[in-house]
Design a protein around this ligand. Structure first.
Ligand code: WTA
Length: 651
């Protein structure tokens, strides 16, 4: 969690330049318009989409269940592609794709539509029908977007699983959604080498009974992969021979569009479930206003992987609906050099760059020589997402990357919110570095105390959303109860986001990080419970407690405290620590690998047996340990600390 002291060190504000304001899509009048008639405002934004049949009712709100644009019919894939081609924009580039090895492709809207229609026909041949679930486990290549849009075209739900997740995580997600088809690739390129994906699918499917009938495999790298011809099919064998004709069918506005899993406070990931009309309305609206998109001129680049919500809303749906030309990059920012991102910005004359604070801080660490070696003057707007951005990083981003002239939009939102919720409007908002500023037009946010009472300026508490919004999650897949319990039970009638927030003297919102047991590591949500369960599944571990400790580079770093099991033979010291880290990495995925593991004899627990993570966080962050009087055994913290002083801990 960023501390308040940290946030207030920079007290300049940055008003929009007159030049930017003069050409901006957004105006201050949007706030008034939305405040005067919220539903009318959202209906107006929905008009921007192509509807086969217009809605009869804007909102049906039976808390906490919302339906938007009831009676309306539309198709997500049609809105992203067909529409542009039919209206004469088929020759516009949709994606400039850069593979990590240096292969590049420019794919027009017409080409995307052609590819999606063929992929759709292949899905139909494989028996995929409206309402079915399709798991997608792919590298960051255009075919991942093609696969998503092919599903959407026939009303099948995609469930994209990030390529960095393990077989274990994959089978949990495949089975929770009861997917019948998996779309994958042989592998992809990362850090200068080919990595494999297909064998991980095989491993996953062998772990538990499942209803997967086929695995559709795109050949990206050409590496040898195991192939079971009873269920595996090469993309080029089935997609290439399909007809390029397919007429999109129109679905109800509330037809399910996708499921995307995110970490919960308990070990089991939550299948966040989104529908069509409201989601497309808000993603495209926010993309136009917050990124100030001028589709005829801009080259937009959101660096998020398609496996995360940012990739769904701000690589696929929002930008394509708006007819945007964008860059898609497969690999890592340091391959072959630490200047790779800047080289791509220069090559395509990127105008809008949307990325995460963790990458900005990494660039700061690498040094200014990398950005300075490239011409970045094409940039005109910068965005940040995923975790609070510290003011130092904000200023560095503005000065070194943006040449001091680009507005920065610090965008707060979640997998659950589907689209941006709190952000400056470029050209309108005077920004304070480190603050996401205020709720967007049409969105109602508050900061409340423990009793759900809205707080005034100058106070800190919990962030809540008080009115339904078009792109809100419609539930947790398979569990309405968990949906109610997780988001709507803590504060009566209000959506609890799980984030701490403060309103400053001027009413600007400062996000302070998670208040629950979810960690934000490089902007990715990882639950402490999930990592704890993984550690405890190792034969040498009796008990584990995991905390997110503030980290200069990744925002939070995973620090684990483990109690070893007696009587179990183990490799000693450092070897065991390495083994435990590898175990978690294999079990959940490399993003969940603890950065430090500390062996202890006791864990601090309350009398009711709850681990007091707050105290462990003090230890992990090298602070004096806070109030420990509610511990069942108040001496535990002393024992832990004295034990640590004598142990070898981390790498
Ligand atoms: C955090 C990512 C501060 C927050 C889009 C939220 C942020 C969680 C910001 C959702 C931001 C995201 N400032 N914190 N600009 N953006 N967060 O579901 O804690 O992967 O609850 O969605 O990321 O993460 P998720």
């Amino acid at each position: 969690m960023s501390s308040l002291e940290n946030l207030s060190r920079e007290d300049r504000t940055f008003p929009p330049s007159p030049e930017f304001a003069a050409q901006a899509n957004a105006t201050a009048a949007l706030y008034d318009e939305a405040a005067a008639d919220r539903l009318g405002f959202w209906a107006k934004q929905a008009e921007y989409l192509h509807w086969d049949k217009k809605w009869d009712q804007v909102l049906d709100w039976k808390p906490p269940f919302a339906k938007w644009f009831i009676g309306g019919k539309l198709n997500a894939s049609y809105n992203c592609l067909d529409r542009h081609v039919l209206e004469g924009r088929g020759d516009r580039v949709a994606f400039y794709f850069e593979g990590e090895p240096g292969d590049a492709r420019a794919i027009t809207y017409a080409q995307m539509l052609h590819d999606v229609k063929k992929a759709t026909n292949a899905l139909i041949e494989l028996g995929v029908k409206s309402g079915d679930r399709v798991a997608i486990y792919m590298p960051m290549i255009p075919e991942a977007a093609v696969a998503m849009l092919a599903c959407a075209r026939i009303g099948a739900l995609h469930s994209v699983v990030f390529g960095g997740f393990s077989a274990d995580s994959l089978i949990t997600r495949i089975n929770d959604a009861d997917a019948t088809l998996v779309i994958t690739a042989d592998g992809g390129f990362r850090k200068g080498a080919a990595f494999a994906l297909k064998p991980i699918i095989d491993e996953a499917l062998a772990m538990e009974p499942n209803n997967v009938r086929n695995v559709l495999v795109f050949k990206r790298t050409g590496q040898e992969v195991p192939f079971n011809s009873a269920i595996d099919i090469w993309w080029h064998d089935i997609v290439d021979r399909q007809s390029a004709e397919h007429t999109a069918e129109f679905f109800d506005a509330e037809h399910p569009l996708f499921i995307l899993y995110t970490s919960g406070t308990t070990g089991k990931p939550k299948g966040i479930f989104h529908t069509t009309g409201g989601y497309l309305t808000q993603t495209s609206f926010t993309h136009r206003m917050v990124f100030d998109i001028k589709p005829e001129k801009d080259v937009y680049w959101c660096t998020a992987d398609i496996g995360w919500i940012t990739g769904h809303s701000y690589v696929v749906y929002g930008p394509l609906i708006n007819g945007t030309t964008q860059v898609m990059y497969e690999g890592t920012p340091d391959t072959p050099t630490k200047g790779r991102i800047f080289e791509i910005v220069e090559k395509y004359k990127v105008t809008i760059l949307y990325t995460a604070p963790t990458l900005i801080r990494t660039w700061m660490k690498w040094g200014e020589e990398f950005p300075k070696a490239h011409n970045l003057t094409s940039l005109r707007l910068l965005g940040s997402v995923g975790e609070p951005i510290n003011p130092e990083a904000w200023i560095w981003y503005r000065d070194v990357i943006g040449g001091g002239k680009c507005p920065i939009v610090d965008t707060w939102w979640q997998t659950e919110t589907g689209a941006l919720m709190i952000s400056p409007l470029p050209g309108v908002t005077a920004c304070k570095p480190g603050s996401a500023m205020r709720a967007l037009p049409g969105i109602s946010a508050q900061v409340v105390n423990d009793e759900a009472v809205a707080l005034g300026n100058g106070s800190g508490g919990y962030l809540v959303l008080t009115e339904p919004w078009p792109s809100m999650l419609r539930g947790i897949w398979g569990s309405d109860e968990r949906y109610q319990e997780t988001y709507w039970s803590r504060f009566e009638g209000k959506y609890f986001a799980g984030d701490g927030a403060k309103l400053d003297e001027d009413g600007a919102i400062w996000l302070l990080g998670r208040v629950d047991d979810v960690m934000l590591v490089s902007g990715h949500n990882i639950s402490t419970t999930e990592v704890e369960s993984s550690l405890v599944s190792h034969p040498n571990v009796a008990e584990a407690a995991v905390v997110g400790a503030t980290d200069a580079m990744t925002g939070q770093a995973i620090v684990a405290f483990v109690i070893l099991r007696g009587g179990i033979p183990s490799v000693g010291g450092d070897e065991l620590i390495k083994d435990l880290k590898a175990h978690v990495s294999k079990h959940i995925g490399p993003i969940a690998r603890p950065s430090r593991i500390l062996v202890v004899n006791e864990l601090p627990k309350t009398r009711s047996g709850k681990i007091m993570r707050r105290l462990l966080r003090d230890v992990a962050e090298n602070r004096a340990v806070g109030d420990s009087t509610t511990l069942a055994d108040p001496h535990v913290m002393k024992l832990i600390q004295s034990g640590l002083a004598s142990s070898t801990s981390d790498d």
